[in-house]
Design a protein around this ligand. Structure first.
Ligand code: BGC
Length: 873
């Protein structure tokens, strides 16, 4: 077969050879412009035509020349290593504002070299504060500056920090496609700047920069930016913010994240962002102190418009009141088209809900007005308006004041969020699961706004820490979250106090310091997830002291191993679990994670200290909360059993009893429903699968009566609700809260069966263990991991099971194929028997072993694509 294929392709397709690496990344980003890390880490995806392949050596060339033919900045030489991710740059010290080009090749198991990859690049930002010539300036919401280039520009960059939000314009055009930039940070600790290539926008002679500023989370305006242009004739020109910049209020009358934007097109100042504009009546900008934070490069996917939605429905519940239904709860704004008399005031209000009479229900937005206003220029032309410095969480838009009758295409929904790359997919034969998966993905992406937010509509939209860690794994399975969480972890570190405390929200805007212990768990957990999912050891090094300090703080608040303080605990449950139980579990888990991190980092003393601390907390926990007569923890709630079971805190001889009690409550007392809040819910599903109860987990996941995800779907949800209850009204009942999206990880882990192995993080070792449950006929999941594609797809038939698996080059997997009670059975791969007569049969390439364990055949494989078929003999 192979020979035939090779003959067909002649010499064009290299047969079973190492192919050029692909997907080159620098600090998780593809060709980033503006990074300020001295030793950026590289990653590449290995490609090989043969199965069971790996890298035995690599060579990286880093050069200042785009061809990268030599490594004039770094030639790693042939390095014997299997490492294809997290490889740190080790060449000449990096210079500021410099573009570096790199490529990589590798050697496979037979020591054959691959061709070099395509050339990737990265560009440094300003690596020292001395590079910042610009000063902070303030003034009105438009700023401008002209400058002259005595020659043709060959390379020009803009370095921009504009708070709260900015829009950069050069010679009449918006630069780049970022929106709501820069990311929200603790401005007195850190402000992020963005680097833009503006070479194409500049020209010899007079040039103009115009910057619009919004207030955003900064609640004020401040600009610090500079331009550096290199000319054909070798000259360089700089333009930096200083007192020579001019300022004047523009058309934006007010802007607020929560309340919306008011734009008076009559106040536009045409030509202000072009050269030769008469700004004689503009005022000089003020030199201001600006925020105290250091400037750091923004090294994560920006917020931008990622999609446009055409409304699904237009209704007129009252004369002159038009309601657009986008059919989907989104984060973003609308683009409106309008023509009419000068001064006409058109209003757009946004909401997630309608009243029964079809009018807009804004009660659950609480204080957020979510209202945009546009006042027409009225010069007879078509006016197109899209707000700049706000966003809303909405499905419905109410349009009033529109001149004439609006049409269907008067409005378009613009979906706006951090543009993290979708990397995963899950589908199955069960429709309700697919709908839940869809709502989870929408709910999560709607809530990635430079920080992971709790909701997108009401007067919150903050980085609530429990919400953040609860949907992090699901996010990491569906999107490339590495750069996003790297940034958020630094945000957490930025709020940490000298006493070790972190805060309920990051940046700290609501909630308390110290955080509820279960909220503070975001610090250890996100650090650990970065290690597990991306093999990021540097993150562990960077945050180890911080995570330890948080744990030490909890220790100062504990008494005899019990941590009493708690504000929210297992938040929004059906049945409340005692706060001190949840806090003590969080304290235990923090200590446990510090110990594990210390082990990875080679700090045996810390590993031992925190292991002992965790053990002592566990003993205290069991002594206080475990009722020896009933085998129940705390007040007997599901969450009170789930947390210690999941974390292996239950004494061995009690595990069966506690598990049985939990099962009884779920199945009999609650008629197959959960009573858990956000914490218990997340860990219930992996726990049930680990204890052989995937069928029950599946029943809970596909449940459609209250409380369940299916209940939300049946009630028209297009995202996830904050509450299990179907509530509307003037309080806490957001219809877009992703925290219950934790379930989504279980779809990948259990139903598709894709699991990482923390002992070989970053999917270097994978466990494929699909749960073939109840009436599920097929399921499939796929995942672009940092090492390449991991996929699993199975279909059940009356007398067997087919399973297709993909494992990236350099990784290995244990594939657990459930025997499904078939006996005697055979297992084949691409038509070759690999299990027959109760024994492993060697043969197909890439497969190294098969054994029987716990009602499953466990097949050890290397990289490649495999098609297994299980059948009755
Ligand atoms: C937020 C949350 C958060 C909680 C903590 C709510 O208002 O929306 O999701 O975790 O407060 O109390």
């Amino acid at each position: 077969m192979l020979a035939k294929w090779a003959a067909l392709c002649g010499s064009i397709v290299p047969l079973l050879t190492a192919q050029a690496p692909s997907g080159l990344r620098t600090e998780y980003l593809s060709d980033p412009v503006g990074i300020d890390v001295q030793q950026p880490r590289f990653a590449w995806v290995l490609q090989h035509a043969a199965r069971g392949e790996r890298q035995t050596a690599y060579q990286i060339l880093v050069s200042l020349k785009p061809e990268a033919t030599t490594g004039n900045q770094w030639d790693s030489g042939k390095v014997s290593s299997s490492q294809s991710v997290q490889v740190a740059y080790a060449g000449q010290p990096l210079a500021s504002a410099q573009t570096y080009y790199w490529k990589v090749r590798y050697w496979d198991s037979g020591d054959h070299a691959s061709p070099y990859s395509d050339v990737a690049r990265f560009e440094t930002g300003l690596l020292s504060t001395a590079g910042w010539k610009a000063q902070w300036i303030g003034g009105a919401n438009q700023m401008r500056k002209e400058f002259t280039l005595p020659g043709r520009p060959v390379r020009a960059r803009a370095y921009v920090a504009g708070l709260g939000y900015y829009e950069l314009r050069v010679n009449g055009h918006k630069v780049g496609d970022h929106m709501l930039d820069p990311a929200w940070t603790t401005y007195d600790k850190r402000v992020l700047y963005t680097v833009y290539d503006i070479t194409e926008r500049l020209r010899p002679g007079a040039n103009a920069i115009g910057v619009m500023l919004g207030e955003g989370w900064f609640k004020s305006r401040a600009l610090r930016m500079q331009i550096h242009a290199e000319l054909e004739n070798g000259q360089t020109v700089d333009a930096a913010t200083d007192a020579s910049w001019k300022t004047m209020p523009g058309p934006i009358q007010s802007d607020s994240v929560y309340n919306g934007e008011a734009y008076d097109a009559r106040r536009e100042t045409p030509g202000w962002d072009r050269a030769d504009f008469d700004d004689a009546h503009w005022k000089a900008a003020d030199l201001i102190d600006g925020p105290k934070g250091v400037l750091s490069a923004q090294m994560m996917p920006p917020i931008r418009v990622v999609d446009t939605i055409v409304p699904a429905k237009l209704t007129t519940p009252r004369p002159g009141v038009y309601i657009y239904d986008l059919g989907q709860n989104i984060s973003g704004v609308v683009e409106m088209r309008v023509r009419g008399p000068r001064g006409t005031r058109v209003q757009l209000r946004h909401a997630e809900l309608l009243y029964d009479d079809g009018t807009l229900n804004v009660e659950n937005l609480r204080a957020a007005k979510a209202t945009d206003v546009y006042i027409l220029r009225g010069d007879g032309s078509l006016e197109i308006y899209q707000p700049r410095f706000t966003y809303h969480g909405f499905r419905y838009v109410e349009l009033t004041g529109y001149p004439g009758a609006p049409k269907f295409d008067t409005l378009r929904g613009k979906v706006v969020h951090s543009d993290v790359r979708p990397t995963g997919g899950f589908t199955s034969s069960k429709q309700i699961l697919n709908q839940i998966q869809r709502n989870i993905v929408w709910g999560i992406q709607d809530n990635l706004h430079s920080v992971p937010t709790d909701c997108n509509q009401r007067d919150e939209r903050m980085g609530w820490m429990a919400d953040a860690h609860l949907y992090a794994e699901t996010a990491m399975l569906n999107f490339d979250m590495a750069a996003f969480y790297t940034n958020f972890l630094r945000d957490i570190h930025d709020v940490q106090g000298a006493d070790g405390t972190v805060t309920d929200t990051v940046p700290h805007r609501g909630g308390s310091r110290p955080a509820d212990p279960a909220w503070g768990m975001a610090y250890p957990l996100l650090t650990w997830y970065m290690y597990e999912y991306y093999g990021d050891r540097r993150i562990l090094e960077q945050h180890f002291d911080g995570v330890k300090a948080w744990t030490d703080y909890l220790r100062t608040r504990s008494r005899d191993g019990i941590l009493d303080y708690s504000y929210y605990g297992d938040w929004v449950p059906i049945e409340k679990t005692p706060g001190n139980l949840v806090s003590t579990v969080s304290y235990y888990w923090s200590a446990d994670l510090v110990s594990r991190m210390a082990e990875v980092l080679g700090k045996p003393a810390d590993a031992e200290t925190y292991r002992k601390l965790a053990d002592a907390i566990k003993d205290a926990f069991n002594a206080k909360f475990l009722n020896a007569n009933t085998s129940l923890y705390g007040t007997g709630t599901q969450t009170a059993q789930i947390l210690p079971l999941f974390l292996n805190m239950v004494p061995g001889n009690r595990r069966g009893g506690v598990s049985a009690a939990l099962r009884d409550d779920l199945v009999y007392t609650r008629n197959t429903h959960l009573t858990t809040g956000i914490l218990g819910t997340k860990y219930l599903f992996p726990l049930l699968t680990d204890t052989g109860n995937s069928d029950l987990a599946y029943e809970l996941a596909t449940q459609t009566t209250y409380p369940s995800w299916g209940y939300m779907v049946e009630n028209g949800a297009t995202t996830l609700w904050e509450l299990w209850q179907n509530k509307t009204g003037p309080s806490m009942n957001s219809h877009n809260h992703p925290m219950f999206g934790s379930l989504g990880a279980w779809f990948y882990n259990a139903l598709a069966g894709i699991n990482l192995d923390a002992a070989k993080p970053g999917f270097e070792r994978v466990t494929i263990a699909p749960q073939v449950v109840r009436d599920l006929k097929w399921a499939e999941g796929s995942l672009e991991t940092i090492r390449g594609t991991v996929a699993s797809s199975w279909t059940r038939s009356d007398d067997g099971l087919r399973l297709e698996v993909t494992i990236p080059v350099g990784s290995q997997a244990a594939v657990h194929i459930p025997e499904l009670g078939l006996a005697p059975l055979t297992l084949s791969e691409s038509g070759h028997a690999i299990w027959k007569d109760g024994k492993y049969q060697s043969g197909p390439p890439g497969i190294t072993n098969a054994r029987e364990s716990d009602g499953a055949l466990v097949v050890e494989i290397g990289s490649g694509k495999y098609a297994f078929a299980l059948a009755r003999e």
